[in-house]
Design a protein around this ligand. Structure first.
Ligand code: APR
Ligand code: PHB
Length: 394
C-alpha cells in the first residue's frame, strides 16, 4: 500500500489530521488497531477550548457541536465551604469554552471523513512499528489478519496514544521523556441526571477533590479523588453520591440529583512529555507525545493544537515542497504543551489532597482565597482554562 501521509490511530488526533489534509486534497490512510465501534464508544472528557472549536469548524465538522454543545462562560471553584465563580469573558476579552463530549467529536469526524468523504481507515489493523523514517519513504509495518504488511508513505503521523508503537519505534537515545505521577486517581460516574449546576464545579475539600461536569442538560459526569489502588467494585452508586455530597458546599450538596450509573471508571493521573515530536519524516501528535492529568481539561485540546501545527506543516510541504514548517513543528507544538502541562500540574496541586499535613491544606486554602479574590488570579486561571493562543504558523 502507498499513501502521502500514513496515520497510526483513529482517535481525535488521527481523524482531525486526516480530515484537514483531505480538505486540501492530500491522501491519507489511517491504521487503527481497534474496531470502529470500540473507538466511537470510548467515554472521555468534553471541554473544548476556543482554538479547538475553531479548528473543528475549519475541518467542517463543527456544525453539530455549535448546535448541541453547551457554551460555558465560566467555572466554579469550591473550597472552605464557599463557591467562587470565575468569569472567563471578563478576564480574557470575551473567550469562552464549549462543553461537547469527545465521543461526539469522534463521531462527527468519522461521519465526515469516512462516511461522507470516503476517507480510508483500516480498523482492527494494528501497526507494529515505523521504519525508514529518516528516509524519503518511511514505512509503517502493520498486521493484517496475522500477516505482516507495509504501508509506504511520504510522511508518518504517530497519533496512536500513549501506549502506541510510533514513539516506541524511536531509539531511546534519540528521545527524552519527562514524567510525573500522582498519588491518587479519579473515580468517575456518568449518569442520566441533570447537572447540579449550569457550569462546572471544581472542589477542593479535606476529604479530597471533586468535579461536577456534564455532557448535556440531562446527562452528568462527576468525579471524586480516590486512592490509586481503589477499585470500582468497592463503590455502590449511593456510596459515590454520598461521598460527592460530602465534598461540596452545603447548598450544592443539597441540589445534587442522583441516579444509576451508566458508566463508572477510575482514571490514574499522569503528566508526560516526549521531546522532540519529530524524527525525520515521523511526527508524534496528541497522547503519543504527551499526557496531562484531566484536571485542566487539556488532553484533547493539546491533541488539537498539535494537529493545528502539524496539518499546516504537512500541507505546506505537500503543496509547496516547503520544509520550514516541518522543521518548526516540534518546537511550536511543545511550547504550548509545556505551558498546558504546567497549568494542569499546578491546578491539580491546588485542588487535590496529597496528605494529611494541615499546613499544606491551609496553604491551599489561602492560595485559592488569593486567586479567587484578585483580578490577576482570576485572569491566570481564565487565560489558561480557555486555552492559550496558537502561534501564527504559516
Ligand atoms: N496501531 C494502530 N492504532 C493504534 C495502535 C497501534 N499499534 N496503538 C494505539 N492505537 C490507536 C488506539 O486504539 C486509539 O484509537 O490509536 C488511537 C489513539 O487515540 P487516543 O488515545 O484518543 O489519542 P489522541 O487521538 O491523541 O487523543 C488524545 O484522547 O485520551 C484522550 O485525554 C486524551 O483527550 C485526549 C485525547
Ligand atoms: C469531563 O467532563 O469529563 C471533564 C471536564 C473537565 C475536566 C475533566 C473532565 O477538567
Amino acid at each position: 500500500m502507498r499513501t502521502q501521509v500514513g496515520i497510526i490511530g483513529s482517535g481525535p488526533s488521527g481523524l482531525l489530521l486526516a480530515r484537514l489534509l483531505h480538505l486540501q486534497g492530500i491522501d491519507t490512510v489511517i491504521l487503527e488497531s481497534r474496531s470502529r465501534e470500540y473507538v466511537e464508544g470510548r467515554i472521555r472528557a468534553g471541554v473544548i477550548e476556543q482554538g479547538m472549536a475553531d479548528l473543528l469548524r475549519e475541518a467542517k465538522t463543527g456544525e453539530r457541536m455549535d448546535r448541541e454543545g453547551l457554551v460555558h462562560r465560566g467555572i466554579n471553584i469550591a473550597f472552605d465551604g464557599r463557591l467562587e465563580r470565575i468569569d472567563f469573558p471578563k478576564h480574557t476579552s470575551g473567550k469562552v469554552v464549549m462543553v461537547y463530549g469527545q465521543t461526539e467529536i469522534t463521531h462527527d469526524l468519522m461521519k465526515a471523513h469516512i462516511d461522507e468523504a470516503g476517507g480510508i481507515v483500516h480498523y482492527e489493523t494494528p501497526a507494529i512499528r515505523v521504519e525508514d523514517y529518516d528516509t524519503d519513504h518511511p514505512r509503517i509495518i502493520y498486521d493484517r489478519s496475522g500477516e505482516q504488511k507495509e504501508l509506504i508513505c511520504d510522511f508518518v503521523a504517530g497519533c496512536d496514544g500513549y501506549h502506541g508503537v510510533a514513539r516506541k519505534s524511536i531509539p531511546a537515545d534519540k528521545i527524552t521523556n519527562f514524567e510525573r505521577t500522582y498519588p491518587f486517581g479519579w473515580l468517575g460516574i456518568l449518569s442520566d441526571v441533570p447537572p447540579v449546576k449550569e457550569e462546572l464545579i471544581y472542589a477542593n475539600h479535606e476529604r479530597g477533590f471533586a468535579l461536577c461536569s456534564m455532557r448535556s442538560h440531562t446527562r452528568s459526569r462527576y468525579y471524586i479523588q480516590c486512592k490509586l489502588d481503589d477499585k470500582v467494585e468497592n463503590w455502590t452508586d449511593d456510596a459515590f453520591w454520598d461521598e460527592l455530597r460530602h465534598r461540596l458546599p452545603p447548598e450544592e450538596a443539597e441540589n445534587v440529583t442522583t441516579g444509576p450509573r451508566l458508566e463508572m471508571s477510575i482514571t490514574p493521573l499522569h503528566s508526560f512529555i516526549a521531546e522532540p515530536l519529530r524524527f525525520g519524516r515521523l511526527f508524534l501528535a496528541g497522547d503519543a507525545g504527551h499526557i496531562v492529568p484531566p484536571t485542566g481539561a487539556k488532553g484533547l485540546n493539546l491533541a488539537a493544537s498539535d494537529i493545528y501545527y502539524l496539518s499546516r506543516a504537512l500541507i505546506a510541504s505537500c503543496q509547496e515542497k516547503r520544509t520550514d514548517l516541518l522543521d518548526r513543528y516540534s518546537d511550536a507544538a511543545l511550547r504550548r504543551v509545556w505551558k498546558a502541562t504546567r497549568f494542569s500540574w499546578w491546578y491539580t496541586s491546588l485542588l487535590h489532597k496529597y496528605d494529611d499535613d494541615v499546613m499544606s491544606r491551609r496553604m491551599q486554602i489561602s492560595e485559592l482565597d488569593y486567586l479567587t479574590g484578585s483580578a490577576a488570579g482570576r485572569t491566570v486561571i481564565s487565560e489558561n482554562y480557555v486555552g492559550l493562543p496558537y502561534e501564527a504558523f504559516e
